[in-house]
Design a binder for this molecule. Structure first.
Ligand code: CP
Length: 350
């Protein structure tokens, strides 16, 4: 048996639902987490999901803390759920309106970060279109930083909420077969999911046309397919992805109609997976492009549950990084006022 698998089983029975020490200041990528930390975050999120169902639905572990949501790219699910998560933990939550901020007057990302840091927040949640921008920002502030999606790099809380949704349905992760289908090349969701699922000993597959497969994908995914029938065979989980038009020049597929014909999840293609397979989509969905509406709204879809688990996972992550019981290694050392650097990233596109 795999060594990691043994560790996971022991942890789950020995100390369920307790994060003894989450020794991180930031959550920037799944690749920074080991299997033990992933299991513990999922266990904590399971507890948070119960809190959300209680009449009061708050636990004030972030009372007195300040959370800033700084989204340079559009978002519905991630921004709303981070706001709700912070509020359910009792934090003071501020949504920065980037469209009306001084970034439009030429201020750089780093100067914006420095300015916000001077207001002494405890955590900044950042989404940016440039891969690496969130990590760069984290080096310029003294508070915790959470990556809410950076370019085509990572979207760690999405992978955690996907894993939680799968685990709640299948009662385990290890040994499952998960097929991720669609625009793998430009998807931070695919990348973060592959990192997490590999760490949890899941059998990972990707299915996409050759033009939407990134170079070196075979290094982070066990099986690579260009054919849905072969790739979906006996899958436990089918995860569909949106075509990331904002990160391509539109030349990678002949047409949305043809893409749907070969790669859109319909009843026939879903029948190749296991009869009890669940269907996932991180959203936003393009119905009739990557997924048929009858499947998106069908009995096997768990898409709205993914959204619900998004709040629970983000509560768990916030709590682990800056909650009262969190291991707090950050301090406020005014680092944000020094060595700020100016690279004009606020105006850069990936
Ligand atoms: N899944 C996801 O990141 O959705 P949003 O872009 O709406 O936040």
């Amino acid at each position: 048996m795999n060594k990691n698998l043994k560790t996971s089983s022991r942890l789950k029975t020995d100390k369920p639902n307790s994060i003894q020490k989450f020794n991180h200041k930031n959550l920037l990528a799944i690749s920074q987490l080991n299997q033990v930390e992933i299991v513990e975050l999922l266990d904590r999120a399971d507890e948070m999901a119960k809190v959300s169902l209680t009449p009061q639905n708050i636990i004030p572990s972030l009372k007195g803390k300040t959370q800033i949501n700084l989204f340079f790219e559009n978002s519905t699910r991630t921004q709303a759920s981070f706001e709700i998560a912070g509020k359910r933990l009792g934090a003071l939550v501020m949504n920065m309106n980037v469209q009306t901020s001084s970034l439009n007057k030429g201020e750089t990302l780093i100067d914006t970060a420095s300015t916000l840091n001077a207001m002494r927040p405890d955590v900044i949640v950042v989404r940016h279109s440039a891969s690496g921008a969130v990590e760069l920002l984290s080096q310029k502030v003294s508070c915790s930083v959470i990556n809410a999606g950076d370019g085509s790099h990572e979207h760690p809380t999405q992978a955690l909420l996907d894993a939680l949704t799968i685990r709640r349905h299948k009662k385990r992760l290890n040994g499952l077969t998960v097929a991720i289908c669609g625009d793998i090349a430009h998807s931070r969701v695919a990348r973060s999911n592959l990192m997490l699922l590999n760490a949890m000993n899941v059998r990972t597959r990707v299915i996409a046309p050759q033009t939407l497969l990134p170079k070196g994908i075979e290094n982070i995914c066990a099986e690579v397919f260009t054919d849905m029938k072969k790739g979906l065979k006996d899958a436990d989980v089918v995860m569909m992805l949106r075509l990331q038009h904002e990160r391509t020049d539109g030349q990678l597929i002949p047409s949305a109609r043809e893409f749907y014909h070969f790669y859109g999840l319909d009843k026939k293609k879903l029948s190749y997976a296991k009869p009890d397979a669940i269907v996932m989509h991180p959203g936003p969905m393009n119905r009739g492009v990557e997924i048929d509406p009858s499947i998106a709204d069908g009995a096997q879809a768990v898409i709205t549950e993914q959204v619900e688990m998004g709040v629970a996972v983000r509560m768990a992550v916030l709590n682990s990084l800056v909650g009262k019981s969190a291991h707090n290694n950050m301090g406020h050392n005014n680092m944000g006022h020094n060595n700020m650097g100016h690279n004009n990233m606020g105006q850069e596109n990936e």
